[in-house]
Design a binder for this molecule. Structure first.
Ligand code: HEM
Length: 591
C-alpha cells in the first residue's frame, strides 16, 4: 500500500510520554532491511521487530510477510489493543508523507545495502533502471499490457510489479533440485514458443487482466481511498458494538455440544457403534467452529483465555493442534490465496487451484519446492473428480500436520505463548487416552467395529473440510502487486456462502468468510450483522462482493479444479511437442 494512511484512531500515532522519533527515509529503511532487519510501517511509524520475532504469538512468518510494507491494516485487524500498545516499544522512527511498499524479502524482494552520501538523489534513477531491467526480464509478463486501465507508473518498478510472482516461480525452479522435466524448460536453450512455462505465463497474464478489469485499479490513489473507507467502516463496526461477544449464543452452542456428546455416549453404551461414531463426528464438526473463533481471539478477545479454550477443544477433545492451526492460519490471513505463500492452497501433489502450481513453485511456508511430479500429474488430472474423496480424509491429514508441528516445536519457543505447546502435548495424551484407549480399545471389542467407528466418526466431519476450502478455492490467486490494499486483497480472494439464518449453526460462521477476513476478531455470531455493513462498503468502493449459495459455491470450486486439470493437459501437450522438437534439434546436430 502506498500513501499516508494515518489511522483515524490517530491517538496511536502520537508518541507516548512525549517521545519523538527520527524521520527515516525510504532509502534508509531499505538499507536496514538489506542488513536483515525486520522492519514494517505502522501508523506512520517505523517498527523494528528483530528482538520480538521469536516471541511473537502470531509466529515469525506472519511478520516476515509485512517487512518493508505498511502493515497498519493487517496489524489492526489481527491484534488486540494490548498487543498494539506493545508495538510502541519497538518503534525506531517515523516516516513522512506517503509510504511506498517494498516487496518483502520472504516474497523475493531485493533490497539495496547502504551506499555512500548522495545516494538519495539517485533514487529515481535507480527505480527507472530497475523498471527497464524488469521489463526485459519479464518481457512476456509485463502487467502494463495486461491491464485495460492505465496502471500506475509504480507498477513497472521492480518491487511493485504484479509479475513478481512470476519471478518467484522462476526462482523456485532454478533453486529446486528437482530433476523434473519442467526445470529444463527454463533452460535458455529450450525453444521458446512451445515452452510450457510460457503457456503458464500467458495464463497468469490472463488471470491478472481479468482481475484488473473486475476490481478497482491497484494504483496508490484508488487504494488509498478504499483504505480510508475501510478504516471508517472499522470504526463504525466498533461503535455499533459488533466486537462484543454474545455469550448467550455460546450457551446455545455448548448445549448443542452436550447433546451430541450425550448421544454419542448413550449409543456407545447400547453398542450402536455406527450411531455413536456419527454423533462424535457431528460433535467434532461443530467444535471446529468454536476452535476457529478461539484461535482468532474472537470469544473473550483475551489471547491467553481464548487460546486455552482453543487448546481444550482442539487438542483435548479433537486430537488436533491449535498451535499448528494458528501458525498456518495466520499466514493464510495475510497473503490469502497466494500460490507460493498461502499454505491453505498448497496441497500438492493432490490439488492445485492455480495453474501456477503446475510450475513447481517453492513454498515459503513449508520451505520446499512443491513439485509437480509424476504423482501430481496423475492426481491433478483427476482433481475435480477426486475432490470430495480427498475431503473425506481431511481429518486424518490434520493429525499428521498437528503432530509434525508439535514434535518439531514450530510454534513460538519463547514468551507468553511458549507454554501452550506443553499444554497441547498433554491434550494429545488426553485425547488418545479417551478416544484411543477408552473408546476404541476398551469400549469396543471387535476390530471390525473399531475400524468402522474410526471411519464413520472421521468421515462425518467431511463437510467442514469442504466448507474451509469453499471460501477460497474458486477465488482469484493472481498477484496484483504490493500496492493493493489489505481490504481489496481479502475481498478478491475470499467468497461468502449465502444461507438462511437457521442454517448458520451448520456453517459455523465460515459462511461469512469474506467479512471474517476483513475483520478476523469479530465474534462469529455478529458476522451476519456485519455482513450488511460490508456489503454497503463494497458497493461504495466498487469492489464486487462474492456471495454464492452452498451448491453454487461447490460448483465454482469443481469448475476451478477442472479448469486447472485442463491446463495441466495443455501443458503436457506443450511439453511433449517441445521434447519432440528438442529431439529433432538434437538429431540435426548429430548429422
Ligand atoms: C513488534 C511487532 C509486533 C508485536 C509486539 C506483536 C504482538 C502480538 C501479540 C501480543 C499477539 C497475541 C495476540 C494479541 O494479544 O493480540 C500477536 C498475535 C498475532 N500477530 Fe502480532 N505482533 C507484532 C507484529 C505483527 C505483524 C507485523 C503481523 C503481521 C500482520 C502480526 C500478526 C499477528 C497474528 C496473525 C497474530 C495471531 C493472532 C491470533 O492468534 O489470533 N504481528 N502479536
Amino acid at each position: 500500500m502506498a500513501g499516508s494512511r494515518a489511522s483515524p484512531a490517530a491517538g496511536a500515532s502520537q508518541p507516548k510520554g512525549g517521545r519523538s522519533y527520527p524521520v527515516l527515509s525510504r532509502r534508509e529503511i531499505e538499507a536496514q532491511i538489506a542488513e536483515g532487519r525486520t522492519i514494517f510501517i505502522l501508523d506512520q511509524h517505523v517498527v523494528k521487530a528483530d528482538a520480538w520475532r521469536k516471541y511473537h504469538p502470531g509466529g515469525d512468518k506472519a511478520i516476515m510477510h509485512m517487512v518493508g510494507r505498511d502493515a497498519t491494516d493487517e496489524v489492526n485487524a489481527l491484534h488486540s489493543l494490548e498487543a498494539r500498545r506493545m508495538m510502541d516499544k519497538y518503534r525506531v522512527g517515523r516516516i513522512e508523507g506517503c509510504w511506498k511498499n517494498f516487496l518483502p524479502p520472504i516474497q523475493g524482494g531485493k533490497f539495496r545495502a547502504r551506499v555512500g552520501e548522495g545516494e538519495e538523489e539517485r533514487e529515481e534513477e535507480y527505480d527507472a533502471n530497475q523498471a527497464m531491467k524488469q521489463t526485459k526480464e519479464d518481457a512476456t509478463a509485463s502487467p502494463s499490457d495486461a491491464s485495460s486501465r492505465s496502471p500506475s507508473p509504480t507498477f513497472d518498478t521492480d518491487d511493485a510489479a504484479p509479475g513478481s510472482g512470476l519471478r518467484n516461480r522462476k526462482l523456485g525452479i532454478a533453486r529446486s533440485d528437482s530433476a523434473s522435466s519442467l526445470s529444463s524448460v527454463d533452460d535458455a536453450t529450450a525453444p521458446a514458443p512451445a515452452d510450457g512455462m510460457a503457456h503458464l505465463d500467458v495464463l497468469t497474464r490472463k488471470a491478472l487482466k481479468l482481475d484488473l478489469a473486475k476490481y478497482p485499479s491497484p494504483d496508490p490513489a484508488t487504494q488509498d481511498a478504499i483504505v480510508d473507507k475501510y478504516r471508517r467502516l472499522h470504526e463504525r463496526i466498533k461503535a455499533e458494538g459488533l466486537y462484543d461477544c454474545n455469550y448467550w449464543a455460546y450457551a446455545v452452542e455448548v448445549s448443542r455440544y452436550t447433546l451430541l456428546a450425550g448421544l454419542m455416549l448413550l449409543c456407545l453404551r447400547w453398542q450402536w457403534y455406527v450411531a455413536s461414531a456419527f454423533f462424535l463426528g457431528c460433535l467434532w464438526h461443530q467444535l471446529v467452529f468454536t476452535v476457529h473463533d478461539a484461535g482468532h481471539m474472537g470469544i473473550t478477545h483475551n489471547f491467553q483465555v481464548d487460546t486455552v479454550i482453543g487448546i481444550l477443544i482442539a487438542d483435548f477433545i479433537g486430537g488436533l493442534s491449535i498451535g499448528w492451526w494458528k501458525r498456518n492460519h495466520n499466514v493464510h490471513h495475510i497473503i490469502t490465496n497466494s500460490p507460493e505463500h498461502d499454505p491453505d492452497i498448497q496441497h500438492m501433489p493432490f490439488l492445485a487451484v492455480s495453474h501456477r502450481l503446475l510450475g513447481s513453485l517453492r513454498s515459503t511456508y513449508y520451505e520446499h519446492v512443491m513439485r509437480y511430479d509424476a504423482v501430481a500429474r496423475v492426481m491433478i488430472a483427476l482433481q475435480h473428480r477426486l475432490y470430495y474423496v480427498l475431503m473425506l480424509f481431511g481429518r486424518f491429514n490434520l493429525y499428521r500436520l498437528s503432530w509434525m508441528h508439535l514434535l518439531a516445536g514450530q510454534g513460538p519457543r519463547k514468551g507468553a505463548a511458549a507454554w501452550h505447546r506443553w499444554l497441547e502435548i498433554a491434550g494429545q495424551v488426553f485425547f488418545w487416552s479417551w478416544f484411543g484407549y477408552g473408546i476404541l480399545y476398551r469400549a469396543i471389542d471387535s476390530n471390525r467395529d473399531r475400524l468402522l467407528f474410526v471411519l464413520v466418526s472421521h468421515l462425518v466431519t467431511t463437510p467442514v473440510h469442504v466448507q474451509i476450502t469453499l471460501s477460497h478455492f474458486a477465488m482469484s490467486t493472481a498477484d496484483l502487486g504490493v500496492d493493493e490494499s489489505f481490504p481489496q486483497k481479502m475481498l478478491r480472494t475470499t467468497m461468502d456462502v449465502d444461507c438462511p439464518p437457521w442454517l448458520d449453526f451448520f456453517h459455523g460462521g465460515l459462511q461469512f468468510q469474506a467479512v471474517h477476513h476483513l475483520f478476523p476478531r469479530i465474534p462469529r455470531h455478529n458476522l451476519r450483522k456485519t455482513q450488511r455493513l460490508v456489503q454497503e462498503f463494497c458497493d461504495d468502493v466498487g469492489i464486487p462482493y462474492a456471495l454464492y449459495g452452498f451448491v453454487d459455491g461447490n460448483k465454482q470450486v469443481i469448475g476451478r479444479l477442472a479448469d486447472v486439470a485442463r491446463q495441466a493437459a495443455i501443458l503436457a501437450k506443450c511439453q511433449s511437442v517441445m521434447m519432440a522438437e528438442g529431439e529433432m534439434g538434437h538429431s540435426h546436430h548429430h548429422h
